[in-house]
Design a binder for this molecule. Structure first.
Ligand SMILES: [Zn+2]
Length: 153
């Protein structure tokens, strides 16, 4: 069991998507103003040598600005003001490919909030946090104010 302290950075982005083969309206191309909460903890291997709480010399998990600097460029470059589609959604990919210069991100799973949060946790975080003292332990993604997913390790 871990009693480590988490630092949480909130970021916002706007993206279009559709949920391929959704039974109802989410099958249509549409978008959301997403809000993501990124929960970071000091890596377990470092925590033990620092008294167990997982704080640096200044008493922080990590500077909040560092979390923004690591994640915001990835989100801006890949998801913000772009479309996120499942790489198997050939119909929507073909439709958007007719547009010149349309920003498109192909996800290896249907772009539900759950799969987007998992992508941030398992694929993006290990890359953008490489070389830092922290690891991402939890992602909370708001698709709307009422529809929220949480994934963690
Ligand atoms: Zn949606």
């Amino acid at each position: 069991m871990s009693s480590a302290i988490s630092a949480v950075r909130r970021l916002q982005f706007c993206s279009g998507h559709r949920v391929y083969k959704h039974e109802s309206k989410c099958a249509h191309l549409h978008g959301h103003n997403y809000v993501v909460f990124l929960h970071a903890q000091m890596a377990a291997s470092l925590r033990e040598s620092r008294g167990g709480l997982g704080l640096d010399e200044l008493g922080r998990v990590i500077d909040f600005a560092v979390l923004k600097d690591r994640f915001a460029p990835w989100i801006e470059n890949n998801w913000d003001h772009g479309f996120i589609l499942w790489e198997q959604d050939a119909e929507a990919i073909a439709a958007l490919s007719h547009m010149s210069d349309q920003k498109l991100f192909l996800l290896d799973a249907n772009p539900t909030a759950e799969n987007m949060a998992l992508h941030l946790l398992n694929v993006v975080a290990p890359v953008v946090l490489a070389g830092s003292a922290v690891e991402l332990t939890r992602v909370v993604l708001w698709e709307t104010e009422n529809c929220i997913v949480e994934v963690g390790r």
